[in-house]
Design a protein around this ligand. Sequence first.
Ligand SMILES: C[S@@+](CC[C@H](N)C(=O)[O-])C[C@H]1O[C@@H](n2cnc3c(N)ncnc32)[C@H](O)[C@@H]1O
Length: 230
Amino acid sequence: MPIEYVVLGVLVLIGLIALRKLMRYKSLHPLLPRKYNFGKRRDTLKETLAMLEARRARTLVETGTARLGLAKTKGDGASTIVFGLWAQRHGAHLHSVDIDAQAIDESRRAVSEMDLIDSVSFHVSDSVAFLESFQDPVDFLYLDSYDYDRHDVAVQKASQAHHLAEFLAITDRLHEASVVLIDDCGVPGGGKGKLVIEHMRANGWQILMDSYQVLLGRMPDSAASQIGGQ
Ligand SMILES: C[S@@+](CC[C@H](N)C(=O)[O-])C[C@H]1O[C@@H](n2cnc3c(N)ncnc32)[C@H](O)[C@@H]1O
């Protein structure tokens, strides 16, 4: 085969690989610079933030803090930075709870470096106990605590039971326009959301977006925007 064809073939292959990489590269620009890749979570995060804006969300609560700040946007999601930034820009406030004091310290450091500390409160606690004691109406709930395991069924069951317990602990503080996002659902065994999604669907919640993360609400944006942020 002539050498020109071989070179052309190699160039086409390199081009296709670069294109595939580019298509999988998903940033949250303009919230964060393009260099941060949110991969499989980008689309659900983007839709969630748009819904929070439409519903004028003010109180955001997350279980499982982003101990790595922006260092693992693709692997972990950098939730505390993403929701903290959104909160700062929209006059809202994020509560981040984690059972691990070191994780909270590291997350607080990352949040401080981003100058977001006035928009985020940190709580060292078991998430269920924290949610049971939380008194304010919750406009947005993000569930991402007890780690899931793709292979260990006992861990899967414990993680799913924990996320259901979290939802039950805060359910009285959620309202008609609240939005709930659950991480790590698109994995073998149903992920963190399996039990809580079953429960929510049986109690009037609808799946608004079903992906690696699952987004749920009780009413469309058009109706929710009338009552959001109360
Ligand atoms: C997957 S990480 C959270 C990732 C984070 N949301 C992010 O976007 O980077 C899970 C976190 O949940 C915490 N966790 C595990 N069990 C918990 C519990 N019972 N209560 C509160 N936090 C818990 C862990 O300490 C860990 O920091």
